[in-house]
Design a protein around this ligand. Structure first.
Ligand SMILES: Nc1nc2c(c(=O)[nH]1)N[C@H]1C(S)=C(S)[C@@H](COP(=O)(O)OP(=O)(O)OC[C@H]3O[C@@H](n4cnc5c(=O)[nH]c(N)nc54)[C@H](O)[C@@H]3O)O[C@H]1N2
Ligand SMILES: Nc1nc2c(c(=O)[nH]1)N[C@H]1C(S)=C(S)[C@@H](COP(=O)(O)OP(=O)(O)OC[C@H]3O[C@@H](n4cnc5c(=O)[nH]c(N)nc54)[C@H](O)[C@@H]3O)O[C@H]1N2
Ligand SMILES: [Mo]
Length: 668
């Protein structure tokens, strides 16, 4: 008889679903959404519903593997964990002795968003070792800086409260792929008469249903949002009373928006100014109005300022009008848990390496060079800009690369040592949503196949082997969970709720009302529309616009948003068939590209070979290849990141994924 076990999904998605996992013998046979998390509401995405193919598929790494042939040749020798740990520890010891511990670079991003797999056991190990510190900038840095700059860590409108909105603005977000539980809430709001505006260069499925779709050129949200702000000020629709009472920087913001008339912004963004004005009026006229700001906005040279300008709209428009009035960006601010402090993360000063610039860190950085790369929760060859530089780095003879992952990723194929990781259904986890307002505590639902071990287990063994452990360290999952909760003010209540049903809600509850039940958490408790800290960090000043990087040689903007079938590159091994580049019919005609033609997409950084799909889903001047593709999905093994520059966003040092400018031609 199958048994149902409770679990939760810690993958990089806003929804943080609670799950019912059906287990037969030692195997997971089915996964369904449960009702514990109200956002999940009993259904889940197709990726996790079919996760058995990932857990028990042919790509699963089952034992530690030591490279046996040339790098990338695919010949491996299975070794024991004891030998794998000994080899890792002796490589760490020898390289640190020769070059100093900063020669070791951990490489980690978003494989699992749980506190037990990131920023706890792992960070304690690398920090005490004195390794170089990786700045985890691949995502959410520019938008995070903007949000914290204007509002502090104020939680946003609950996704479940969208049903109450009269106007929903979905800005640079594609929930149909990236957080599916918002979609039925938008549908319900629409059924009750709400209007929908979508700002996206792509005609997403929500854009097709929208009252207004603003198909902006990538990277032009900043002038668009500034023009909306200017219109609100100029047409007497700004809420002057609210601004005077609750905000700082009002006059300065009003000054900085001046260059951006609706006409100027529309021209820069490739929009009809009439449509932009219609949007401005609709926003001013609708209450409650909510903006779902996504991460498509941030992935370019203007991404931080653009997010800040969008988040300024509800303040200037006086849109904090109760439940469903305001904005949602990331909701992590609902939690005050500090896993680093609880884990005892401390160590000697070291140096920072920006993950978006991993390629140059591996090929150019000196004093000391990186001689050991330790990859976990990450597949950098698939997900980091300037893929060819990352590849050259990983191919270095004098670099020892360890990859801890559940499957043989593109990055793992170039490693020296591959260590088998558990998946979230096989290890303990404590995780909070960044959309859902929920904290989940999951126990292993099924035994791990083969010799797979969790991050917590691995980094605690290495800590011991390197003699860096201390008697009062929290080690196993229960003691780390306890330490994290005990460290927090509301820990006692959270612990009790978790013990009862495996989930807990934050102190702000499930329905925070912005500027009513939750307040700005800036130093002065005000909304800071032009924070000095952001001015200090920006090249130029906050809200300065950097123009499109297109050139005559590379006129097309390549965007690489999320696809429905993977989470970044996770589950990418399960997707077969060639990836296709979406090209607008006008751009295809100009280049004489027929549907299905093999093309070369190229710029000065690299090239990708794949077939085209001619489609009005993208606007003219924009081509699209999804993020997270595995090498096998293109004819030459390169993916969008081989065309993406390692330049950084205006705030937070983030990735400019959508600043790639390319040319496309038929492959002879
Ligand atoms: N199925 C699935 N779900 C996921 C993920 C996944 O890969 N697959 N990834 C997870 C992660 S890591 C994240 S960060 C979130 C991201 O979730 P989203 O916020 O939805 O982010 P993206 O898919 O990057 O981009 C969203 C939209 O922005 C558009 N876009 C691109 N450039 C611009 C621009 O300059 N301006 C505007 N206005 N729009 C632009 C794209 O066309 C896309 O439709 O989703 C999470 N959920
Ligand atoms: N071209 C392009 N590239 C992008 C983006 C884009 O918009 N365009 N978006 C970026 C975004 S939003 C993000 S968030 C990043 C994500 O970049 P990455 O963090 O590299 O994300 P994934 O590709 O999902 O790789 C995570 C890996 O961690 C592994 N993993 C999962 N759980 C565990 C665990 O418990 N332990 C260990 N050891 N491993 C585990 C998974 O199997 C997977 O191979 O990619 C970025 N890359
Ligand atoms: Mo992300």
């Amino acid at each position: 008889m199958p048994e149902i076990r409770r679990s939760a999904c810690p993958l990089d998605c806003p929804d943080a679903c609670t799950l019912d996992v059906e287990v037969e013998g030692d195997r997971v046979v089915a996964v369904r959404g449960s009702h514990v998390n109200p956002v999940t509401d009993g259904f889940i995405c197709g990726k996790v519903a079919r996760i058995d193919r990932h857990l028990y598929g042919p790509e699963r790494v089952l034992t530690p593997l030591l490279r046996a042939g040339a790098r990338g040749e695919g010949r491996w020798t299975a070794i024991s964990w004891d030998e794998a740990l000994d080899r890792s520890a002796s490589a760490l010891r020898e390289l640190a002795a020769e070059h100093g511990p900063r020669t070791v670079l951990p490489c980690t991003y978003g494989g699992s968003n749980g506190y037990l797999t990131q920023d706890s056991h792992d960070l304690r190990f690398f920090t005490r070792l004195g390794a170089s510190r990786i700045l985890r900038t691949l995502c959410a840095m520019p938008s995070g800086r903007a949000q914290v700059g204007l509002y502090g860590k104020m939680p946003g409108v609950a996704l479940t409260d969208y049903v109450h909105a009269r106007l929903i603005v979905v800005w640079g977000c594609n929930p149909h792929a990236t957080g599916i539980h918002l979609v039925p809430r938008i549908k319900e709001a629409r059924a009750r008469g709400a209007r929908l505006v979508v700002v996206d260069p792509r005609r997403t499925s929500l854009a097709r249903q929208a009252d207004l779709h603003l198909a902006v050129r990538p990277g032009t949200d900043l002038p668009v949002a500034l023009a909306l702000l200017r219109w609100l000020f100029a047409s007497g629709r700004a809420d002057r009373d609210f601004l005077a009472r609750r905000c700082t920087g009002v006059a300065e913001l009003e000054r900085r928006v001046q260059p951006w008339t609706l006409e100027a912004a529309a021209s820069e963004a490739g929009l009809d100014p009439v449509v932009l004005e219609a949007f401005a009026r609709l926003y001013a006229d609708s209450d409650p109005a909510v903006i779902r700001c996504g991460w498509g906005v941030e992935r370019n040279r203007n991404g931080g300022a653009a997010t800040a300008a969008i988040l300024a709209l509800p303040a200037v428009g006086g849109k904090f009008t109760g439940r469903a009035g305001g904005y949602t960006m990331s909701n992590t601010g609902a939690w005050a848990l500090d896993s680093e402090r609880a884990a005892g993360v401390d160590g000697p000063p070291t140096r920072d390496v920006n993950l978006c610039q991993l390629g140059s860190a591996l090929t150019e950085l000196q004093d000391p060079r990186v001689h050991m790369l330790f990859v976990y929760n990450c597949n950098p060859l698939a997900t980091v800009p300037d893929q060819e530089a990352v590849r050259r780095g990983l191919m270095r003879d004098d670099l020892f690369t360890v990859v801890h992952d559940a499957v043989m990723t593109d990055t793992a194929t170039l490693a020296d040592l591959v260590l088998p990781a558990t998946t979230f259904l096989e290890n303990d986890e404590l995780t909070r949503g960044y959309g859902s307002l929920i904290l989940n505590r999951a126990r292993p639902a099924a035994p791990a196949p083969g010799e797979a071990r969790s991050n917590a287990w691995l980094f605690d063994r290495l800590l011991e082997r390197m003699g860096l452990d201390r008697p009062d360290d929290a080690v196993d999952a229960d003691s780390m969970t306890r330490a994290i909760l005990e460290d927090a003010e509301e820990g006692q209540r959270l612990a009790e709720e978790l013990a009862e049903c495996g989930a807990a809600i934050p102190a702000v509850g499930l329905h925070p009302v912005q500027l009513e039940t939750v307040q700005p958490r800036t130093a002065g408790g005000t909304i800071d529309l032009v924070p000095e800290s952001l001015d200090a960090e920006c090249p130029g000043l906050l809200y300065d616009y950097a123009p499109d990087p297109a050139t005559e040689a590379y006129p097309l903007a390549l965007i690489s948003p999320a696809s429905t079938r993977t989470i970044s590159s996770t589950f990418g091994q399960l997707v077969t068939g060639p990836a296709r580049l979406l090209v607008h019919p006008e751009d295809a005609r100009e280049r004489e590209l027929a549907e299905g033609a093999m093309v070369r997409i190229f710029n000065e950084l690299g090239e990708v070979h794949c077939p085209v799909q001619v489609s009005t889903e993208v606007r003219p001047g924009v081509v699209l290849l999804p993020k997270g593709l595995w090498a096998r999905r293109t004819a030459n093994g390169a993916t969008s990141n081989s065309l993406i520059p390692a330049t950084l966003t205006d705030l937070g040092g983030g990735g400019c994924f959508n600043d790639a400018r390319v040319q496309v031609e038929a492959l002879a």
